[in-house]
Design a protein. Sequence first.
Length: 148
Amino acid sequence: MYPLFSDEYYMQLALYEAEAAAEAGEIPVGAVVVCQRKIIAKTRNQTEQLTDVTAHAEILAITAAASYLGGKYLRDCTLYVTLEPCVMCAGALYWSQIGKVVYGASDEKRGFSLVKQPLLHPKTLVRRGVLEEENTQLLKNFFLKLRT
């Protein structure tokens, strides 16, 4: 187990959400939003379940966190997400002015870091590669299972 309140601790919780997404037939991405050491949102991809291409874990987490806080800005919050956000999610994170984004696996095909222009808010901190191996392996296993 990881130290309480560490990035690894919260990423492990996001990984549990990703595993639940995989079990439901969704691409295994999980997200957790933390504000002042309190978890205010836990979500997973639900694009298949909701038949909604925008139902990414990050978008659902932003919505849940904003609802919890009663405001649209997440300046004092950290998003933990198992896969690097896509351009759509990065745009939503920009508008939420999220304080920090921590992600596990890089998305070499659709990740926001592929775009040369900065997509996150200038004040948003980013930490990459937290529990990267575990997150990458979950994704690889999911897609391997789909192909067999």
